[in-house]
Design a protein around this ligand. Structure first.
Ligand code: CA
Length: 244
């Protein structure tokens, strides 16, 4: 449990890479820096990080390709879990940002950003990955809704007995909603409860994560049985026990 967190910073602008790694090291985390896309792939092959801060706009290999590789290869050591990914995008590049979230990034930070803000996002992510979404003791009881099984102890989700591969954030979002069946949450409330942020953020992060979750667990993602939209308000979990 007391492993040092291994963070990979992928950033081609030296000034940003330096200040970000300095701040991260000050938190006691181990930091590696890759200065372009090719270096990033080599660093990942050498050792999978616990968390990657990934600039999307990179020389040689685009950040989205690196994200795809991170998400397509399961960790060798399952006890370390899936890699957490924060993407860095230019404020104007909304399409990249949405695509990054759709490809499984846990969060994004738009440039220019404050390094302190980035560090607080990283802390929130690590908290979520290791100790669950709430500050208090998280609920550890497995939940079963018809063909859907959610086990917070092993962080596994099964649909009709088949294990579904979820990112840390997807798991936490599903688990949070399922722990509060039929309760409606706004996107802002979900950002606060699941992502752990108090600042107003782009609620599309929630939208994209819900959409990805539906694609993974619902038999008909356009007519979801479990993850339902409440128009004009937000989302709720419907504890349907019928087969999907
Ligand atoms: Ca760049």
């Amino acid at each position: 449990m007391d492993q040092v967190v291994d963070i990979l910073v992928v950033e081609d602008e030296p000034a940003i890479a330096d200040v970000v790694s300095l701040y991260l090291q000050r938190e006691g985390w181990s930091v590696r820096v890759a200065r372009d896309g090719q270096e990033a792939l080599e660093a990942i092959d050498l050792r999978r990080p616990d968390l990657a801060i990934l600039d999307l706009n990179l020389p040689r290999v685009h950040g989205l390709e690196i994200l795809r590789r991170l998400r397509n290869h399961p960790p060798r050591d399952m006890s370390r879990g899936d890699v957490l990914v924060v993407i860095l995008t230019d404020r104007s590049e909304e399409r990249d940002r949405i695509q990054g979230l759709e490809m499984g990034a846990d969060d994004y930070v738009a440039k220019p950003f404050s390094t302190a803000e980035l560090v607080s996002r990283v802390k929130a992510l690590l908290r979520r990955a290791r100790w669950g979404p709430a500050a208090g003791a998280p609920e550890k009881r497995p939940l079963q809704f018809g063909q859907l099984m959610i086990d917070p102890l092993t962080r596994t989700v099964r649909v009709e007995g088949q294990e579904v591969s979820l990112t840390v954030t997807e798991f936490e979002l599903l688990h949070f909603l399922a722990r509060h069946p039929r309760q409606v949450f706004t996107r802002e409330q979900l950002l606060e409860s699941v992502w752990g942020y108090n600042e107003p953020l782009d609620a599309r992060t929630v939208y994209v994560h819900v959409r990805r979750l539906r694609q993974k667990i619902e038999s008909d993602p356009s007519r979801p049985a479990w993850l339902q939209t409440v128009w004009g308000t937000g989302y709720k979990f419907e504890p349907s026990d019928s087969a999907p």
